[in-house]
Design a protein around this ligand. Structure first.
Ligand code: BGC
Length: 258
């Protein structure tokens, strides 16, 4: 990859998305939400301890040839810049001051760290389907877990963790994540029935204007969204695997630091 041609005068940002299997980063055009470099992906180190992951993040930023502010998102609650929950990451993150951690590995940079679904939701609302730009949007991402972001007129209410809400006898993400679909070898129709049940519960309690559904599975939206019977309109996410990176870059540019 050659990022030597990165134009010098654009309104750019750097976003990093830390996931269970990969740490991904790119330079983003903040006016369009498009990448201006290739996306760099490095396998998440195992065990995915804070130190090991922070080293990987610093490595990606260096590879991107970027010396400005960095936005980082990850699958955990980030409150006052401390990681609080570790459903799908190493337990050693709990209690880590992520701002301090990443600042040590990227000295002198402005850093913002936020939840991965919150980042992806911010990006989708800004650059995805126009319908979701105004009003109360509930963004959901279906992957290893279920991530959620409440966004009203572009403003985020962070750390909502609706994937861990009980729907019937189980947490939503234990019955309707896309990892569960793979594990139980469910057809799209069977899986959509489970997603529908979860969405109906969210609808009953939160009454959003729209659901925006993302994650890798949003690429196949035509295979399962038509089976949903929930009343609230369901909009497939458009940025797909770009969303976390773009949203993380937006968070540091806009000072969103939950
Ligand atoms: C985590 C959330 C995350 C979601 C999607 C859940 O298990 O608790 O913080 O946003 O997975 O990655």
């Amino acid at each position: 990859m050659d990022n030597g041609n990165l134009p010098k005068h654009g309104n750019y940002g750097c976003g990093i998305d830390i996931g269970g299997s990969g740490v991904k980063g790119a330079i983003v055009d903040m006016d369009t939400g498009e990448f201006v470099t290739d996306r760099i992906k490095i396998e998440t180190p195992q065990p995915a301890t804070p130190e090991a992951v922070a080293e990987t993040v610093a490595h990606i930023v260096q590879e991107l040839g970027w010396d400005g502010r960095v936005g980082i998102c990850m699958p955990t609650v980030i409150k006052d810049q401390v990681a609080h929950l570790a459903a799908n990451i190493d337990d050693s993150w709990v209690g880590t001051n992520v701002h301090e951690l990443f600042s040590q590995h990227l000295p002198g940079r402005k850093i913002a760290v936020l939840n991965d679904a919150d980042a992806a939701g911010l990006a989708e609302v800004a650059f995805g389907d126009e319908a979701a730009r105004t009003g109360a949007t509930l963004f959901l991402t279906f992957g290893t877990g279920i991530g959620s972001a409440f966004i009203t007129d572009g403003v985020l209410f962070p750390n909502t963790e609706l994937g861990h809400m009980y729907v019937g006898k189980k947490e939503a993400e234990h019955q309707a994540s896309s990892a569960v679909r793979d594990r139980e070898e469910l057809s799209y129709k069977q899986w959509a029935k489970r997603v529908d049940k979860v969405l109906k519960e969210y609808e009953r309690l939160f009454n959003p204007s729209f659901f925006v559904v993302g994650g890798g599975i949003s690429r196949k939206a035509d295979k399962w969204v038509p089976y949903l019977t929930v009343d609230t309109p369901v909009i497939p996410a458009q940025l797909r695997n770009r969303a976390g990176i773009v949203g993380a870059a937006m968070a540091v540019a806009k000072d969103v630091t939950p």
